[in-house]
Design a protein around this ligand. Structure first.
Ligand SMILES: Cc1cc2nc3c(=O)[nH]c(=O)nc-3n(C[C@H](O)[C@H](O)[C@H](O)COP(=O)(O)O)c2cc1C
Length: 190
């Protein structure tokens, strides 16, 4: 069974993280889930009081944020990639600078050093120069920075559809399968 690490941090957009876990859990992928302390708050505030426990039930394995001895903390643990959805500016800064003092940052650091796909759904607005520099640093190291900017060409009818599209796009960027989840743009009808 292929494994994907999913980390949720305390940026706004917790519903996107939930949707990513739901979609991966419906496949043959084993989700290794880590939540930061702040993510527990945003999940409760934005999604609901039971969101974190529902997520834990969906995952194949759940790791504590301070368990830097978990399998996903080692390069010897095979994984197909890692998503940080959403990624706070705090976690972005730590990843950009290799400050691996919790399991999320350590696992991200491992994905970068092992040259495995790492996607950060970095959420803040507006951005100061430090945020932008951290995004550049992660990109230079091989990570993918995907701010959760909605598309409007697909005419979303609800916030739920926007969340769905962003979650599908984030998963697609890991290139886990030949087909993509997000619907393809096939050109404008003339
Ligand atoms: C409701 C709520 C929304 C937040 N939204 C954001 C956000 O969009 N981006 C961000 O960088 N931080 C946001 N924060 C602040 C982070 O949670 C805070 O910086 C925290 O220390 C991040 O820690 P973590 O990276 O370990 O999750 C938010 C906090 C709360 C309570």
């Amino acid at each position: 069974m292929r494994r994907v690490v999913v980390a949720i941090t305390g940026a706004s957009g917790a519903a996107i993280g939930v949707r990513v876990v739901e979609r991966l859990a419906a496949t043959q992928i084993a989700v290794h889930l880590v939540l930061s302390g702040a993510a527990e708050r945003t999940l409760a505030h934005e999604v609901g009081a039971t969101a974190a426990s529902r997520l834990r039930a969906l995952a194949h394995s759940v790791h504590a944020i301070d368990d830097v001895g978990a399998g996903i903390a080692s390069g010897s643990f095979a994984s197909a990639g890692m998503l940080v959805v959403p990624c706070s500016m705090h976690t972005l800064a730590a990843i950009a600078n290799g400050l691996a003092d919790n399991l999320i940052v350590r696992a991200a650091d491992v994905h970068l050093k092992e040259r495995r796909p790492l996607l950060l759904l970095a959420r803040e607005t507006p951005l100061h120069l430090g945020h932008l520099r951290n995004m550049v640093a992660v990109t230079e190291m091989g990570g993918i920075v995907m701010p959760p900017v909605p598309a409007f060409y697909n005419k979303p009818a609800s916030v739920d559809e926007i969340v769905d599209h962003l979650a599908a796009k984030a998963i697609d960027l890991l290139r886990l399968w030949p087909d993509q989840l997000a619907p393809e743009w096939t050109g404008e009808a003339s």
